[in-house]
Design a protein around this ligand. Structure first.
Ligand SMILES: Cc1ncc(C[n+]2csc(CCOP(=O)(O)OP(=O)(O)O)c2C)c(N)n1
Ligand code: SF4
Length: 246
């Protein structure tokens, strides 16, 4: 039987991200998983401040816009009052790992029953590519033009490893630089939503993602950089497996 591959129905308009941006791939993976699990009609997304806002008119679920960094607090409230809904936050690294560090840590510590999609592209994308807590040592950004100096700004935060020591249901880190890794990342996203469906607790997938615009690289070269420079610092895989093993 021939198989027909169609775009998810939840994606109702062309993506508004820059060409080669990883957000577009990640949007598609989330949409595919929600549809495969039959959840698209009962999902409430909490949008972070950042390029995530661009999906509001293209990704058809109910959305609420949280103030910068506050998506986990917003999702906590929604999931507690509407436990029958599937609730997820969609956050960049500037949002989740800088202004919103406290919110994500405490939501994970409380093992809140929502899912977080954490898009780590190593910069504040929407505002012009400033240094984020996830920026690699030596990486040039708009606010570290000579490269990030760990003596001045510390080392990049490994948020997934930090949250993995808490009593959470599921944590994984994937990347979108090759078909194999995209397929694996989709599996992690599916596990995260299934953990929520089974009321297991907090689940998060960090996705290593390119920002060609602010990395000043072509889409192809940004995928190469992701694989050769970013992945060695942020190893991929499941940090907390469902069922409690690490
Ligand atoms: C309280 C507040 N401070 C600062 C901003 C400006 N701002 C808008 S987007 C953004 C950065 C978002 O970066 P990130 O979370 O990494 O997402 P990306 O755009 O890279 O996907 C900032 C600082 C804001 N909107 N609100
Ligand atoms: S600025 Fe970066 S993260 Fe934002 S849409 Fe463009 S490529 Fe994507």
């Amino acid at each position: 039987m021939p198989r027909t591959f169609e775009a998810p129905k939840t994606l109702v308009a062309p993506s508004r991200f820059c060409p080669g941006c990883g957000h577009g791939i990640i949007n598609r993976l989330v949409a595919e998983v929600l549809e495969e699990l039959g959840l698209e009609e009962k999902t409430i997304g909490v949008q972070a401040v950042g390029c995530a806002c661009l999906m509001r008119t293209t990704f058809l679920v109910d959305w609420i816009q949280a103030p910068h960094g506050r998506a986990p607090a917003t999702a906590t409230a929604i999931k507690r009052v509407r436990p029958e809904n599937t609730v997820f936050t969609y956050q960049g690294d500037g949002d989740l790992a800088a202004i919103g560090t406290a919110e994500i840590i405490h939501a994970a510590a409380r093992n809140e029953r929502f899912t977080t999609i954490f898009v780590n592209n190593g910069v504040f994308g929407m505002t012009g590519g400033q240094m984020a807590p996830t920026t690699l040592p030596g990486q040039k950004t708009a606010s570290s033009p000579k490269g990030r100096d760990p003596d001045l700004t510390g080392m990049p935060l490994k948020i997934s490893e930090m949250l993995a020591v808490l009593p959470v249901a599921y944590i994984a880190r994937g990347g979108v630089f090759s078909p194999t890794e995209i397929r694996k990342t989709k599996g992690y996203i599916r596990n995260a939503f299934e953990a929520q469906l089974n009321r297991e607790g907090f689940s998060m997938v960090e996705v290593l993602s390119p920002c060609p615009t602010n990395w000043h690289l072509s889409p192809r070269d940004s995928l190469k950089r992701l694989e050769t420079e970013v992945v060695p610092y942020y190893p991929m895989g499941e940090l907390v497996k469902r069922g409690g093993s690490k």
